[in-house]
Design a protein around this ligand. Structure first.
Ligand SMILES: *[C@@H]1O[C@H](CO)[C@@H](O)[C@H](O)[C@H]1NC(C)=O
Ligand SMILES: *[C@@H]1O[C@H](CO)[C@@H](O)[C@H](O)[C@H]1NC(C)=O
Length: 372
C-alpha cells in the first residue's frame, strides 16, 4: 500500500519534470520569434492611415487603383502610397504582423492584442482640421478610440498584466501636417491664419498635441515615437500651387514646419524630464527627408519634385485619380502622389528612425527605446 503511494508520487514528480522541461523549451523557442514590443499603437494622418478612412464619409481615401500597386496583396488597402507605409516597415523591424485599422472588422478580440492603427487621412491636432474633406478621426478622437480598445483588453488581462503590456508597447504619433495643409494654408476654408500668427499657431498646436500625449500616458503608454512634420513646402502640391521654380521649395511652408518641429523637440526634452518612467523620442523626419531631396543620388532617387501619380504642374495640381497610370520607376521617386512619399522613401525614414544617430532620432533611436 505504502509503496504504491510512493510509486504514484514519484510518477507525478516525473511527469511534472517532463512537462516543465517541455514548457521551458517552448518558452526559449518562443523567445526567438517574440516581437520586440508587446504591441504598437499608431496615431496619425494619411501618412500612416491604413484604411480607417475607407469606413468614413471622406474625400480623403486611397482605396482605389493605383494606390497600393506595390503592396503585394492585389488591392488598394487605403494606404496613401504605392506600397507600405512607415507603420508597416516599423512593424517589420519590431517583428509584428500588419496592424489592423481601428475601423475595420479585424480590429476586435484577439485582433487588437499586437496593436491597432488609429490614423485617419486629413485629420490633425486641432478638431476642425481636415473638415474640408469630410469625416475623419481627429487626434482627440483617435485617443478615445484607443481608450475604447483598452476597455476591451481589460476583459482579457488583469490590471497588473495590462500595465506591463502597455509599458512594453510602442506609441507612434505622426501628426501636424494637416493642421497646416488642411487648415492654416487654406485661407478660404479656415480662419486660423487670420486669428493666429505663425508663432502663436505653433504654440497652440504643441499645447493641444501635448494634451493628447499626456492622455495616452495616463492611459498607460510609456514609449513614444513622435515624428516631426516634413518639408511641407517641397511636396509636389505646394510646388505646383506656389509656382516654385525648379530646384526650390515654398520656404514659408518649410519655415512653419520648422517652427513646429523646434517646439516639438523641446517639448520632448521637457516630457523626458517630467515623466521619468516613460521615454519620449523625437523623430527628425524633416532633416531625413531634406537629405533625401538634396543628396537624392545617395539613395537612388532621380525625381524629387514631381509626383509619380498625379496631374498638372509637378504632377501635383490634381492628385492620383482612380485608374490613372503611375510612373514606372517608382523606387526613384521620393513622392508617390501630390502629398505623400513612395514606399521607398518611407522605408528610408524608418531605417533612420530605428537605427539612426541622435541627429535623426533624439535622444535615442527606436531600437534603443524598445530595448529599455
Ligand atoms: C514601466 O517601465 C519603466 C522602466 O522602463 C518603469 O520605471 C516603470 O515603473 C514601469 N511601469 C509599470 C507600470 O510597469
Ligand atoms: C548631404 O550630404 C552631405 C555629405 O554627406 C551632408 O554633409 C549634408 O548635411 C547632406 N544634406 C542634407 C540636407 O542632409
Amino acid at each position: 500500500m505504502e509503496s504504491r503511494k510512493t510509486r504514484s508520487m514519484l510518477l507525478t514528480i516525473l511527469i511534472t519534470i517532463v512537462l516543465m522541461d517541455v514548457y521551458f523549451k517552448n518558452l526559449i523557442a518562443a523567445e526567438k520569434v517574440t516581437p520586440k514590443v508587446a504591441a504598437m499603437f499608431a496615431f496619425g494622418d494619411s501618412l500612416i492611415d491604413n484604411g480607417n478612412n475607407n469606413y468614413l464619409r471622406s474625400l480623403a481615401k486611397a482605396n482605389y487603383d493605383p494606390y497600393g500597386i506595390d503592396f503585394g496583396q492585389g488591392f488598394a488597402s487605403g494606404r496613401f502610397s504605392n506600397g507600405k507605409t512607415i507603420i508597416d516597415y516599423l512593424g517589420d523591424f519590431l517583428g509584428l504582423a500588419l496592424l489592423p485599422a481601428y475601423a475595420s472588422p479585424d480590429a476586435k478580440g484577439r485582433g487588437i492584442i499586437q496593436g491597432v492603427n488609429y490614423a485617419s487621412a486629413s485629420a490633425g491636432i486641432l478638431e476642425e482640421t481636415g473638415r474640408n474633406l469630410g469625416e475623419r478621426f481627429s487626434f482627440r478622437q483617435q485617443v478615445e478610440n484607443f481608450a475604447s480598445n483598452l476597455n476591451q483588453l481589460k476583459n482579457v488581462m488583469e490590471g497588473e498584466q495590462l500595465g506591463l503590456y502597455l509599458n512594453k508597447s510602442l506609441a507612434v504619433v505622426i501628426m501636424g501636417s494637416n493642421d497646416y495643409i488642411n487648415n492654416y494654408f487654406l485661407t478660404s476654408f479656415y480662419a486660423t491664419s487670420y486669428i493666429y500668427t505663425p508663432t502663436a499657431y505653433s504654440d497652440l498646436l504643441i499645447q493641444q498635441y501635448t494634451k493628447q500625449i499626456l492622455a495616452l500616458y495616463r492611459l498607460g503608454l510609456r514609449k513614444f515615437f513622435l515624428a516631426a512634420i516634413g518639408l511641407l513646402g517641397c511636396i509636389p502640391n505646394q510646388l505646383a500651387n506656389t509656382f516654385s521654380p525648379p530646384g526650390t521649395c515654398a520656404s514659408f511652408a518649410n519655415d512653419m514646419a520648422l517652427m513646429f518641429n523646434t517646439k516639438l523637440k523641446s517639448q520632448v526634452t521637457q516630457l523626458n524630464r517630467n515623466y521619468k518612467d516613460a521615454v519620449f523620442v523625437y523623430g527628425n523626419t524633416y532633416d531625413v527627408v531634406a537629405d533625401m531631396l538634396i543628396n537624392s543620388t545617395n539613395y537612388g532617387f532621380t525625381v524629387t519634385d514631381t509626383g509619380c501619380c498625379g496631374i498638372g504642374r509637378n504632377q501635383g495640381q490634381i492628385t492620383c485619380l482612380p485608374f490613372s497610370a503611375p510612373c514606372i520607376n517608382r523606387d526613384e521617386h521620393v513622392f508617390w502622389d501630390a502629398f505623400h512619399p513612395t514606399q521607398a522613401a518611407y522605408k528610408l525614414l524608418v531605417e533612420k528612425a530605428y537605427n539612426g544617430p541622435p541627429s535623426d532620432c533624439y535622444p535615442v533611436n527606436i531600437k534603443q527605446m524598445v530595448d529599455m
